[in-house]
Design a protein around this ligand. Structure first.
Ligand code: 5GP
Length: 195
């Protein structure tokens, strides 16, 4: 028997360069019982990425067939280059077992999850990971040093747009010190799921 009283689905967002992957990685190291949803995507795997672990990699045709069959909680065309989608079934199944589920998706994805949650009988908590300041985010993004000035300018522009979405979120965690941000995120999860 599963307990129908479970915590809210946690949707985690934040601008590129804010360190959300690092914060989430820290929480997962210390609390491996949380489950991170694996998205489907039509983009090509990067070196080291494993099908079924990082993403379910598929062709556009496969993706669209699954979308038509209602298998996704939400989908997005990220950067207009590739489709991404969250498979709905494992999300519901994990929540029914009171296992905390985290979706790490972009802001359009967070918006559609909020819109669709009611119809699926899901409660959602959206969490935004914010930088200590825009200047700090700029430093972190530029500090990667792997991009041309044009690409950097584009990323900063996108980061500004993403930062403007912060007030839409239920909770905001400032990633100043990774351990502190990870503790804050864990405390939110633990409170939701009575852990
Ligand atoms: P990447 O291709 O670098 O792994 O991810 C690109 C962007 O797609 C990131 O902002 C990531 O959060 C977002 N993303 C990954 N999976 C999903 C998904 O299932 N739905 C949505 N809406 N965005 C996703």
């Amino acid at each position: 028997m599963t307990d129908s009283r479970h915590g809210r689905l946690i949707v985690l967002c934040g601008p590129a360069g804010v360190g959300k992957g690092t914060v989430l990685g820290r929480v997962r190291e210390q609390h491996p019982q949380i489950w991170l949803s694996v998205s489907a995507t039509t983009r090509k795997p990067r070196p080291g990425e494993v099908d079924g672990v990082n993403y379910f990699f598929m062709t556009e045709q496969e993706f669209l067939a699954k979308e038509d069959a209602g298998e996704f909680l939400e989908t997005a065309d990220v950067f207009g280059l590739a489709h991404y989608g969250t498979p709905v079934k494992p999300v519901v199944e994990h929540l029914e077992q009171n296992i905390p589920v985290i979706l790490e998706i972009d802001i359009q994805g967070a918006r559609s999850v909020k819109q669709r949650a009611g119809e699926l009988g899901l409660d959602v908590m959206t969490v935004f990971i914010a930088p200590p300041s825009f200047e700090e985010l700029e430093r972190r993004l530029v500090g990667r040093g792997t991009e041309t000035p044009e690409q950097q300018a584009k990323r900063l522009e996108t980061a500004k747009i993403e930062l403007a979405a912060e007030p839409e979120f239920d909770k905001v965690i400032v990633n100043n010190v990774v351990d502190d941000a990870a503790n804050e995120l864990w405390n939110l999860i633990a409170t939701e799921f009575n852990l």
